[in-house]
Design a protein around this ligand. Structure first.
Ligand code: ZN
Length: 428
């Protein structure tokens, strides 16, 4: 686990990795070489970290086009494994791994446990799926590399999860927030919380609010500060690219494995530091399927400054949604995920909301409709609505009007709910 004591050390490692990657893809991949040639860039043009901006972009489209071995930059016989994400449309996104890639992934993932404050004495239950999806084997390799005990249960089977949690005195459980909630409810139902040795949860893959964390912590009798957030994307080896530390000021990511740019999705220019933009990822060590400016279409922001823990590894926020959902309102770029993040700060309201944009006499307005939680008191609506307006102004720089409606009022659909209703005639 190389650790960096100064920003200069980290930047030097990044530059070395960037130069290596551009050379590697130039020599190993016809696809990448043609792209670089079309952009007028040669490997020797990469002299500083800023030169990354001379490189062309790739997108999920390129991965699907090149199925089953996209971005392949080594001979196929050098590969030892493939993983794939479960794509909802078209072909799966496959990533190829050489022996060194798996070794790098394991070392990167080992860091996660150090960030969570674990020791080799920890017993970590891994209910993630094994198979094409990277999570099960990724977690297992990272735990073993760190030297803690891995309890590989695979997903589902809540009764088995509980049995092993008790018998093996599991101290860390890693799952999605909804699985952790299910587990917490079951533990409460069976009444075995006193028999657990659980200290920490490492949760990933979906947006979960602070209120949900506290609910899970309450059910499992955990310190809410011992709930950690793990990001994961198959294209970036899989989960384990980083974790928030005990201060929970953002996710420390492995910046010696990846350069992450935050770009305006329209202009593809960097956003001001700390503002939300599209995460664009360049890998620094990957041999099998290297990424050069891969557009994730995920919305996120860099967290400026240094974490109180003193680590040099930089931080990014939780993923705030998809950039494809961007709204332009009064010349400001807004993403539904930002509004959702504001609403998540209020226990009085739930996760169902609509954003309505209107234009009257040339003036644009935004109305947020959000459902009251079933047990919340309607008498508090007005006060909470005012607080949401203030919070939205502070966090998103727009002033909406906010209406709190009864639970169950807003339409839900099985697929992704439609949340934005733009009634402006000639918007943009
Ligand atoms: Zn920190």
């Amino acid at each position: 686990m190389p650790t960096f004591t100064t920003d200069e050390d980290l930047k030097a490692a990044q530059l070395e990795g960037l130069k290596w990657t551009v050379n590697h893809v130039w020599n190993g991949s016809d696809f990448y070489r043609e792209r670089l040639q079309a952009a007028g860039v040669k490997p020797e043009d990469i002299q500083t970290l800023d030169d990354i901006r001379r490189l062309p972009f790739i997108d999920a489209y390129d991965l699907r086009e090149q199925y089953p071995f996209p971005l392949l930059s080594v001979p196929v016989e050098d590969l030892v494994r493939v993983h794939a994400s479960s794509g909802t449309t078209g072909k799966r996104k496959v990533m190829c791994y050489t022996r060194k890639d798996l070794d790098d992934y394991r070392k990167m993932f080992a860091r996660v446990w150090e960030l969570a404050g674990c020791t080799r004495a920890d017993r970590i239950q891994n209910p993630n799926g094994y198979g094409l999806w990277t999570a099960g084997s990724g977690f297992q390799a990272g735990i073993e590399e760190f030297g803690a005990l891995c309890i590989p249960t695979g997903p589902g089977q809540v009764d088995l999860q509980l049995e092993l949690l008790v018998d093996f005195k599991t101290t860390v459980y890693c799952s999605t927030a909804s699985m952790a909630l299910l587990l917490g409810e079951k533990v409460a139902e069976v009444g075995i919380v006193g028999q657990l040795s659980l200290k920490k949860l490492v949760m990933g893959s979906e947006l979960h609010s602070r209120a949900m964390d506290e609910r899970i912590a309450g059910l499992l009798k955990l310190d809410p500060n011992e709930i950690y957030d793990i990001p994961g994307m198959t294209e970036m080896y899989g989960p384990g690219t980083g974790l928030d530390c005990h201060y929970h000021t953002g996710i420390h990511y492995s910046a010696d494995y990846f350069i992450i740019e935050f770009l305006n999705p329209k202009t593809l220019e960097p956003v001001p530091e700390g503002e939300p933009g599209e995460m664009v990822v360049t890998s620094l060590k990957k041999e099998g399927s290297p990424l050069v400016r891969y557009r994730t279409h995920d919305l996120c922001r860099a967290i400026p400054g240094r974490c109180p823990c003193g680590r040099v590894l930089p931080r990014h926020d939780k993923i705030m949604g998809r950039t494809d959902d961007m709204i332009i309102f009064k010349a400001t770029n807004i993403y539904p995920g930002q509004i959702q993040a504001v609403l998540g700060k209020f226990e009085h309201v739930g996760s169902e909301y609509n954003i309505i944009l209107d234009r009257r006499e040339g003036k644009d307005s935004m109305t947020i409709l959000v459902e009251r939680e079933p047990e919340a008191d309607p008498a508090a609506d007005e006060t909470v609505a005012k607080a949401i307006v203030r919070q939205t102004k502070a966090d998103v720089m727009v002033t909406p009007s906010v209406q709190i409606v009864d639970y169950g009022t807003l339409a839900r659909s099985e697929r992704k709910s439609k949340r934005v209703f733009d009634n402006r005639q000639d918007w943009q």
